[in-house]
Design a protein around this ligand. Structure first.
Ligand SMILES: O=C(O)CCC(=O)C(=O)O
Ligand SMILES: [Fe+2]
Length: 192
C-alpha cells in the first residue's frame, strides 16, 4: 500500500468537516428564525451528494493562459463549502458580484481556520439573504494545495424560498427547483 494512512486520515477529516458544516448550517438556520436542525432534517446535507475535492495547482505560470487562473471565477452550486488550504495565496473573492468592473480581493490565510463559501442553492433558498460567494484562484507562481468539501442537498429535495426570507416587498427571486435539476442545469451550462 502506497499511502497506508490515507483512508483513516480522510475519514477523520471528513467526520470533523461534516460536524463543522452541520454546526455552521445550524447557525445559519437560527439566524433565519428556523429550528437549528432545519437544514439537516429536510435533507439539505446528504451523505451521498457530498464531495471532498483535493486540489493541486502547479507552481508554473503559463504566459499563454489568459489571466492564469487555477480556477476561473465561479460560485459553488450547493449549500456551503469548507475550504482548507496550505496557506499559499491565490484565492480571491468578489464581494459585489453584480457590480462591474468586478473588484477582486485576496483571501487572507489564517492558520488553523477553514474558509466557508456560501453556495448558490443556499442563496436561492434564502432569497439572497445569504449571497453565494463569487471566487477564483489566480496563479501566483507557487505550488498550492487545497481541499474543498462541498455540502450539498439530496437530489430530490425541492429548494424554494424560505418564508422568513420573503415578504410583499421582497418576493421570491427564484422559482422552486430540485437540487438534482439545478445541478444538471449548472453542469450543462459549464460543459456545453
Ligand atoms: O482551491 C481553492 O482555494 C478553491 C477551490 C474551489 O473554488 C473549488 O474547488 O470550487
Ligand atoms: Fe469553488
Amino acid at each position: 500500500e502506497r499511502f497506508p494512512s490515507w483512508k483513516d486520515t480522510m475519514k477523520l477529516y471528513h467526520a470533523a468537516a461534516l460536524a463543522a458544516g452541520k454546526r455552521i448550517l445550524s447557525l445559519i438556520a437560527l439566524s433565519l428564525d428556523l429550528e437549528a436542525e432545519f437544514f439537516q432534517n429536510i435533507g439539505a446535507v446528504d451523505c451521498s451528494s457530498e464531495v471532498i475535492r483535493l486540489l493541486h495547482y502547479p507552481g508554473e505560470v503559463n504566459e499563454s493562459d489568459n489571466g492564469n487562473y487555477g480556477a476561473s471565477a465561479h460560485s459553488d452550486y450547493g449549500m456551503i463549502t469548507l475550504l482548507a488550504t496550505d496557506g499559499t495565496p491565490g484565492l480571491q473573492i468578489c464581494r459585489e458580484k453584480d457590480r462591474h468592473p468586478q473588484l477582486w480581493e485576496d483571501v487572507r490565510h489564517v492558520d488553523g481556520t477553514l474558509i466557508v463559501n456560501i453556495g448558490d442553492l443556499l442563496e436561492r433558498w434564502t432569497n439572497c439573504v445569504f449571497r453565494s460567494t463569487l471566487h477564483r484562484v489566480v496563479a501566483v507562481g507557487r505550488e498550492r494545495y487545497s481541499a474543498a468539501y462541498f455540502l450539498d442537498p439530496r437530489p430530490d429535495l425541492v429548494v424554494q424560498c424560505l418564508e422568513s426570507c420573503c415578504c410583499d416587498a421582497c418576493p421570491p427571486r427564484f422559482p422552486p427547483i430540485t437540487a438534482g435539476d439545478y445541478l444538471k442545469e449548472r453542469l450543462s451550462a459549464t460543459y456545453k
